[in-house]
Write a protein that binds this ligand. Structure first.
Ligand code: SAM
Length: 213
């Protein structure tokens, strides 16, 4: 029994209530120790369904958002997944727990260093680098899925190009206040979009993103 067990059960109940049905995903989120990714003084609130500060004016996304985006990505064991916006490292750890080969990019070196320490501690083998993720990671492309965890003004073209045929890109797109989640599926050179309304992310800053945060 650990001190977060009840909080974890409450988080799972909220996720199920809000329509998260993927049992493998729920198991992964029950397994990944979210409290290790949330710095003090917010650690005791780690399993609340809210975004929390992680430093550098950035946040760890709320559990529902992580679950919704991951479910939309439809991750299979062995899939190569690129994440843009490592932040705390929590989303990357959930993807790794699902059996994906995870590649993640973060523009703040300090956040990336903190996330890498937790990956090592929990024995997650995750490839990571610091830099501008809006141009993707061409050395390791193509990816079965790409997940962008910061809000973009538009869909960065390089990310579409780095998807396998049949691959999915999940990305919040909108203005700085509100975004819609776009779920883009590539079929050959066709990109079909589904849109889900009402998400709020920190800005995606970079060559194919916003000029500054
Ligand atoms: N996935 C994160 C987690 O599990 O904690 C949440 C990330 S936070 C909502 C978004 C992150 O995207 C921030 O850490 C921010 O620094 C990062 N970011 C913004 N623009 C970026 C870019 N162009 N390339 C890489 N990271 C970026």
């Amino acid at each position: 029994m650990n001190r977060f067990d009840d909080d974890i059960q409450e988080m799972l109940a909220i996720l199920k209530d809000r329509g998260i049905t993927d049992a493998r995903l729920l198991r992964s989120m029950a397994t990944v120790k979210r409290h290790l990714f949330v710095p003090e003084p917010f650690t005791s609130r780690a399993y609340e369904d809210s975004a929390l500060p992680i430093g550098k004016m950035q946040t760890i996304s709320q559990p529902y958002t992580v679950a919704f985006m991951t479910q939309a990505l439809g991750v299979r064991v062995g899939d190569k997944i690129l994440e843009i916006g490592t932040g705390s490292g929590y989303q990357a750890a959930v993807l790794a727990e699902l059996g994906a080969k995870v590649f993640t990019i973060e523009r703040h070196q300090e956040l990336l260093s903190a996330a890498r320490k937790i990956f090592d501690r929990l024995d997650y083998r995750i490839a990571s680098k610091s830099g501008d993720g809006t141009v993707g990671w061409s050395e390791f492309a193509p990816f079965n899925g790409i997940i962008v965890t910061a809000g973009a003004p538009d869909v960065p073209d390089p990310l579409l190009k780095q998807l396998v045929d049949g691959g999915k890109l999940v990305i919040p797109v909108g203005d700085l206040e509100m975004q819609n989640l776009l779920i883009v599926t590539r079929t050959g050179n066709r990109y079909d979009k589904r849109e889900v309304h009402g998400f709020k992310f920190v800005p995606l800053v970079g060559k194919m993103g916003w000029a500054k945060g």
